[in-house]
Ligand binder design. Structure first.
Ligand code: FMN
Length: 186
């Protein structure tokens, strides 16, 4: 994660894909850039460093592994969280689920304004993964209204050299606006 000394409020941007040229990361950056100005945008790389979740290591949070502490702090201090994920085998990637599992007992998502996006090269748009992600976030009591969820089908055709095509940008702008309204009323 690029560190910042800025005290400006930030959006935690979390990609469910670890691929260097991930379409989901590109969508995520396009969506969060629409909030830039009011917020810093901080792109998470935490899911790559987290150990596999083990409830035995989850009793005393002060003794949690350092990457877990850093991940918890990153989400806790964010004004809002935006997650964009691919769908793997009709679910969310295991690494993203692992990262979320580390936050269940510590509660960083409680009432956290959150947006969830899925993007897929296929016609389903990763909507099964999106539903699963939304279910997990809502059980963690994140603030995730339906108008802060969005799935993008045929994503490879919608990416451009600088971001996304105009139609997708309009959709992401609506989502970003909906998310920012949650942060002002939270
Ligand atoms: C193991 C694996 C399973 C996948 N399963 C699905 C799936 O169930 N549904 C889907 O729409 N795409 C599936 N895909 C295709 C991904 O959506 C595609 O690879 C996507 O580009 C990954 O996102 P990324 O570009 O952000 O890494 C799968 C890909 C992999 C590698």
């Amino acid at each position: 994660m690029p560190e910042s000394n800025s005290k400006k409020p930030y959006i935690a941007a979390v990609s469910g894909s670890m691929r260097e040229t991930s379409s989901n990361t590109r969508v995520l950056l396009a969506a969060t850039s629409l909030l830039q100005g009011a917020y810093d945008i901080r792109l998470s790389d935490h899911i790559q460093t987290l150990p596999p979740f083990n409830p035995d290591s989850d009793h005393d949070h002060s003794q949690a592994p350092l990457p877990v502490k850093q991940w918890r702090q990153f989400i806790a201090e964010a004004s809002a969280v935006m997650i964009c994920t691919p769908e793997y085998a009709a679910g969310i990637p295991g690494s993203l689920k692992n990262a979320l599992d580390w936050l269940v007992s510590s509660g960083e998502f409680v009432n956290k304004p959150t947006a969830a996006i899925s993007a897929s090269p296929g016609q389903g748009g990763g909507s099964i993964a999106l539903a699963s992600l939304a279910g997990t976030l809502r059980i963690m009591t994140a603030t995730l209204p339906d108008n802060c969820t969005h799935s993008i089908a045929f994503v490879s055709k919608k990416l451009t050299a600088t971001g996304v095509d105009p139609e997708t940008e309009t959709e992401l702008q609506q989502l970003a606006t909906n998310l920012s309204k949650l942060t002002t009323t939270a």
